[in-house]
Design a protein around this ligand. Sequence first.
Ligand code: SF4
Length: 360
Amino acid sequence: MKSVGKTDIKSLVFGELQEQLRKLGEPSYRAGQITDWLYKKRVDAIDEMINLPRPLRQRLSETFSLGKIDLIRVLGARDTTRKFLFRLTDGNLIESVLIPASLALYGMRSDRRTICVSTQVGCAYGCKFCASGLEGFSRNLTSNEIVDQLIAVERETGEKIDNVVFMGMGEPLANLENVLRAIRIINAEWGLGIGARHITVSTSGLAPQIRILAEEPLQIRLAVSLHGATDEVRNRIMPVNRRYNIETLLSACDYYKAHKKQRLTFEYILIADVNDSDEQARLLSHHAHRLSAKVNLIPYNSVAGLPWVRPSKDRQEKFLAVLQAGGIPATLRREKGHDIDAACGQLRLQTKREFCSGAL
Ligand code: SF4
């Protein structure tokens, strides 16, 4: 929320902005004028808010910053998945991904544009199949850095984003406060106006935070990156499971389900000879049935420097068939090379390597 000692004005929710204006002796309707400049007209500087009196603009500029993330590279064409690489004010790199309108994700209509946003620089959770985990954790993103990913992508593409998935680099629930703040801004009519049902938060399995999220009034969607149906498999590839084992995680999901109308999704990356057996499929089916969850199967995309491989097409289909035989709504991503939304943060390491080697 703070940059160079000042709070970023874009990290404030409406009530906080009103409160700040009250302290400055200003009428509360100024909050609406300011959010209009920030989220509708999308100015880059407080001084551009020309229906505010000049002294107020000056006071606001002295009190708040108005940060911006710099788009430094776009990969991909309009009708494909596109990657957007951003440089933050401290020089760190993050990435967002815009997924084409033709793919249906998380129960959303297929004629929509979905952005996958990052929530942290790096990630501390160290999933063994993930590029972000390889690098370790640098820092949480601020709420304005999360919101700015949407604004910058819409500005660059001229396209309106309909859906948001918190599934880029980082573990969103490890940065819960800033993620929730960003969601409120993304969801609010005075903000970006994207409906809560079009916002999906993913987690690798932070059970206590799932319970906190369950108590949030927003009807956002939750996607749990399960990737293994037993503790043995999850322990092997997801260190978080040693802290919150499957039963602890599923109990938190029970709690979530009891509080929300939205159907849960299990993300499941299929990795050959790790988690792709019929036995795993049967147990996954059992867990999904318990929670009335749907399952997204994602064939693994290899990451340079990691040993895992994608199962054969035949194995993928057989795994899917076991779920379907159990009556579980399940999808299998069959798109060739569709690596973008495969998991939280598989992408940036490669991008960063290319960037650092001068390929970008
Ligand atoms: S998969 Fe997600 S939670 Fe796991 S290391 Fe990667 S970014 Fe972190």
